[in-house]
Design a binder for this molecule. Structure first.
Ligand code: AKB
Length: 340
């Protein structure tokens, strides 16, 4: 049987998956296959060559994918986000860590069977950082990749560890074996800020207050923001997030000096987001109702990150700053979405 070269997206029905499937379908370079616990919405499903409905924990399903397809690139997006992971830490570990290990091992086997490295794209997060208090956060400013790697959440710990697992597969896998085994998984990772999409509302994250505020206003619903007005963390418009993954996937390996890269775009306070939402939707009803526990998580994330390495190594350059993200992407697209 001749297996077909494809791109595999796990967690394809999630926020990033939506944008990525559309992006890859438009680029039209390689067929896409997907794996998600839920069926894709039919419009997305039509853009992919094959849709597997199932879990990344199901090794026999991964074997089936391996037997039918030559996977050359993996976008491993499936994960439980930070808020949800705090309620179910063991499940979070299973999905976020054991699931990622399954996908890394799957990629190693794919590469061994077709004889070329598998490019493995992994979205990590600013949750990989853990700043001890607000004074340190203010002093730290733009945090570099190797500083403050002391996450305060299960999700952050899972992401940081999986970054290391990916690096192990890329550089040291079975280093004592007679034949070198590493390098078959070409692991590349970005630490995403909070992502804001006009098309989907996130679920289970702690940076969700910004997208929730915008979507609620567009739907004409009231919104009680669970963080303080002065809360500040990095955010990014979804098209830039999708572009970044796609760009990193295509960068020549020799140019990459790291396996995990910070990405920065804009870092408004929650009050800045509210002000911009009110400019577009003057009748929006946005109030403040602090959730001290979720606030603690957001306070442990940096207020900004240093993305010099991504800009230098593979030309990362986000198209949307705060104002453009709202005026050219979020407001026009969201308006159309809820007008339907
Ligand atoms: C979350 O809030 O858990 C995510 C993230 C910052 O990675 N959006």
């Amino acid at each position: 049987m001749i297996r077909k070269p494809v791109v595999l997206i796990t967690g394809a029905g999630g926020e990033i998956g939506h944008g990525l499937i559309e992006h890859l379908a438009k680029a039209g370079r390689q067929p896409v296959i997907t794996l998600d616990v839920n069926p894709l919405n039919p419009a997305l499903g039509r853009m992919v060559q094959r849709e597997f409905t199932g879990s990344i924990m199901d090794k026999s399903l991964l074997e089936r994918v391996l037997s039918e397809f030559e996977v050359e690139t993996v976008y491993h997006l499936a994960a439980l986000l930070s808020t949800r992971s705090e309620f179910t830490p063991i499940t979070a570990h299973q999905v976020n860590v054991e699931g990622t290990l399954n996908l890394l091992e799957f990629s190693q086997k794919e590469a061994e069977s077709h004889g070329r490295p598998v490019t493995f794209l992994y979205p990590s997060s600013i949750a990989a950082y853990g700043l001890p208090d607000l004074a340190t956060k203010a002093r730290a400013g733009k945090v570099k990749e190797d500083a403050f790697n002391t996450p305060a959440t299960m999700y952050g710990a899972n992401k940081l560890y999986c970054e290391q697992l990916g690096r192990y597969y890329a550089k040291f896998y079975k280093q004592l074996a007679a034949e070198p085994q590493s390098g078959r998984v070409d692991f590349r990772c970005v630490r995403f800020p909070g992502l804001i999409s006009a098309m989907t509302v996130p679920s289970g994250g702690t940076s969700d207050y910004a997208p929730e505020m915008i979507h609620a206003a567009a739907k004409g619903e009231p919104y009680a923001c669970f963080v303080r007005p002065d809360t500040r963390i990095p955010f990014m418009a979804m098209p830039d997030g999708v572009d970044a993954l796609w760009q990193l996937a295509r960068a020549p390996n020799a140019q990459l000096t790291r396996t995990a890269y910070n990405l920065a775009a804009f870092n408004p306070s929650a009050e800045d987001v509210r002000t911009e939402v009110l400019r577009a939707f003057p009748d929006a009803r946005i109030t403040w109702e602090n959730d001290v526990k979720r606030q603690g998580i957001v306070d442990s994330w940096p207020e900004d990150v240093d993305d010099t390495a991504a800009r230098r190594d593979w030309g990362f350059a986000p198209a949307y700053d705060f104002t453009r993200a709202f005026r050219d992407y979020l407001i026009p697209t969201i308006g159309k979405r809820y007008a339907r």
